[in-house]
Ligand binder design. Structure first.
Ligand SMILES: Cc1cc2nc3c(=O)[nH]c(=O)nc-3n(C[C@H](O)[C@H](O)[C@H](O)COP(=O)(O)OP(=O)(O)OC[C@H]3O[C@@H](n4cnc5c(N)ncnc54)[C@H](O)[C@@H]3O)c2cc1C
Length: 381
């Protein structure tokens, strides 16, 4: 059978684009993934005890974008839930992002107003750093060395195996520091988990007569030619690493079921200084599932090598330059287009991936399509 499009990767980017092409352009899509399931890193499934577990680490959905939330809501109901995370520091479980309660509990203080908390940050932060050049400078310019050492430094080293001084400032620019008692991990308007899980949501999204899914199908082993390919995998892998491999971090997950109703007080506890794992996640807090037992996952960052999943792009000055070389090669191609977290070598949250896929669809596919004589679509019309 002939397809109008081949999409490589049935993760969030691939599924959103397949859905848009099938429903908005009425074109056919072959959606492939080398893994044995759809959903990419958002994939979840019930474990042996029947507890829904995210297989590749916690995926807390959050967005301020009403359109993105409405789009996903066409394929799922929600368990609306404000995500809460604690950090284990000096045998205390403290709110993260750092807020008024974190400071009061850690330093045994009695700060009562946001102004007092701001004064505290001002008294400890490194004021000389006005334009932070790296992740360490970004944090110490906001909260000083002690909080940096206790909460961020070792967590970052465990996570990235790179000293924060070598990481781009943008990595930690995402971490807010609060002066009030707000203990939500995110402040976005829409937060939650798809009621019946991400996999079920993806299943509905791509359940269309124009979409054919082929799992355990690696693009690198396909022999057929396609006029129009959308590639959502790692960009360096597409070009057979011709300029060298981009750096990624991988993860190892230890999933466990425990014979008690709950294990810890919230959905996620971070361990910056103790243990080889970075966090323990207890799923039922976030999914709202009722069950007499509970399941937890310990997450261990590890070196990425061939055969392991490239979970995070390690963004340093050097990797940015290497990525630009691949980007230039990608821009020369007319029949292959690149979209997604690994294809763009960026950290995107789920809502950012959807926003990126929408923009890509509009600019690269929909606009050329409605301009009837578009070169891209001559093959298919
Ligand atoms: C541990 C972790 C936790 C996260 N937590 C959150 C969170 O709490 N909130 C949030 O908003 N975001 C979170 N994210 C980000 C979220 O996972 C991503 O934004 C999203 O999954 C990216 O979707 P994608 O389709 O671009 O990439 P992916 O999910 O990586 O999908 C790409 C797909 O391409 C396939 N593929 C690659 N190469 C080939 C090939 N040669 N042939 C065939 N298939 C191929 C892969 O198997 C994969 O399924 C997290 C990410 C990670 C790694």
């Amino acid at each position: 059978m002939q397809y109008n499009f081949l999409i490589v990767g049935a993760g969030l980017s691939g599924c959103v684009l397949a859905e848009r092409i099938a429903t908005q352009l009425n074109k056919t899509v072959l959606l492939i993934d080398k893994r044995d399931h759809i959903g990419g890193n958002c994939y979840d499934k019930p474990d042996a005890a029947g507890i829904l577990v995210h297989q590749y680490g916690p995926h807390w959905f959050h967005t301020n974008d009403k359109d993105i939330f409405s789009y996903l809501s066409a394929f799922t109901d929600w368990h609306l839930h404000e995500h809460k995370v604690k950090t284990s520091v000096e045998n205390m479980l403290l709110p993260i992002p750092i807020n008024m309660d974190t400071i009061n509990q850690l330093y045994n203080m009695k700060l009562q107003t946001p102004e007092q908390v701001q004064q505290f940050y001002d008294s400890v932060r490194v004021k000389e750093i006005v334009h932070p050049q790296n992740a360490e400078e970004m944090i110490i310019s906001q909260v000083g060395y002690d909080l940096y050492n206790k909460f961020y430094k070792n967590y970052t080293i465990k996570q990235w195996d790179v000293h924060p001084k070598r990481l781009n400032a943008s990595i930690t620019a995402r971490i807010p520091v609060r002066t009030n008692q707000d203990d939500r991990y995110f402040t976005d308007t829409y937060q939650g988990i798809p009621k019946n899980g991400y996999t079920e949501m993806f299943r509905k999204m791509i359940n269309h007569k124009n979409i054919t899914v082929a799992l355990q199908t690696d693009f690198n082993t396909l022999s057929a030619n396609f006029n129009q390919v959308i590639y959502t995998g790692p960009i360096d892998s597409f070009f057979q690493h011709q300029f060298g491999a981009l750096p990624y971090r991988s993860l190892h997950f230890e999933h466990k079921t425990i014979n008690q109703e709950f294990y810890q007080e919230c959905q996620q506890i971070n361990y910056p200084n103790d243990f080889a794992y970075t966090r323990i996640v207890e799923w039922k807090h976030a999914t709202g599932q009722q069950h007499p037992q509970t399941s937890i996952t310990m997450e261990y960052p590890c070196k990425w090598e061939q055969g392991k999943e490239p979970f995070y792009a390690v963004q340093t000055k050097e990797s940015g330059l290497l990525y630009n070389k691949y980007r230039k090669e990608a821009d020369k191609l007319t029949s292959v287009k690149f979209c997604g977290r690994l294809a763009d070598f960026k950290y995107y949250n789920m809502d950012q991936v959807i926003a990126r896929a929408f923009t890509f669809f509009k600019k690269e596919l929909y606009s050329p399509y409605i301009r009837k004589n578009s070169v891209i679509f001559q093959h298919f019309l």
